[in-house]
Design a protein around this ligand. Structure first.
Ligand SMILES: C[S@@+](CC[C@H](N)C(=O)[O-])C[C@H]1O[C@@H](n2cnc3c(N)ncnc32)[C@H](O)[C@@H]1O
Length: 200
């Protein structure tokens, strides 16, 4: 798994660009400086660094060493502190009630069983009242093939998320089809699902 990502990231350019994910950036008004944020599978750091630039205290976790190195370089370029941790999230100690915000942007690297474990861990590590901000591709993305995994079982719908995160308060849960432009990795018309949910 990490070998696949190490090879993808072994280029000078940032595969998903250096600008934050547009959906995440659209949620800026929900953040307050000093909040503790977990950026899940943050890759080359475009989102973690942007969150740190908003005055947030960010831990970025990813399984790929070149991704972490590029994230640290991007943080240095912006003069912000980004805490990083190299780890496989399937065996990571997520802890309980640790974060004000958990950010999960395109983390579709597992099928349903392991996904459920990751989703449970994300919910557990949020503090009560904390926010989970997520974007991913729906199965329809296999018609567009403009990014994301090719395994249909790794993709999900808003209904899947509503079921998996039942008991949280859904502030935003929407499927949409639109153009995105995130480096060479995600580019073109895309079938997306996005969610903001609060831990009660
Ligand atoms: C599509 S990329 C998205 C990266 C980042 N979230 C973004 O939006 O730019 C998926 C990321 O998942 C990471 N990843 C894959 N399997 C992982 C695992 N088991 N534990 C931690 N990270 C993993 C990869 O290294 C890669 O950076």
């Amino acid at each position: 798994m990490s070998e696949f990502w190490n090879q993808r990231y072994a280029v000078d350019e940032y595969v998903f660009g250096t600008e934050p994910n547009a959906f995440l950036a659209s949620q800026a008004s929900r953040f307050s400086p000093g909040q503790r944020v977990l950026a899940v599978a943050d890759g080359e750091g475009r989102n973690g660094v942007w969150l740190a630039r908003q005055g947030l205290d960010v831990l970025a976790v990813d399984v790929s060493p070149p991704a972490i190195a590029k994230a640290e370089k991007l943080a240095a370029q912006h003069g912000v502190t980004l805490q990083t941790e190299l780890a496989d999230l399937l065996g990571w100690e997520w802890g309980e009630n640790r974060f004000d915000v958990v950010v999960a942007i395109f983390i579709q690297f597992v099928g349903p069983a392991e996904r459920t474990l990751i989703h449970q861990s994300m919910r557990r590590t949020l503090k009560p009242g904390g926010l989970l901000i997520l974007q991913g591709y729906t199965p329809k993305q296999l018609e567009y093939r403009t990014g994301g995994p090719s395994q249909v079982e790794n993709l999900y719908t808003a209904a899947d998320l509503r079921r998996e995160f039942a008991g949280m308060e859904f502030l935003h849960l929407v499927e949409s089809e639109r153009e995105i432009s995130e480096g060479a990795g995600h580019s073109g018309m895309s079938a997306l699902v996005e969610m903001v949910a609060r831990k009660i």
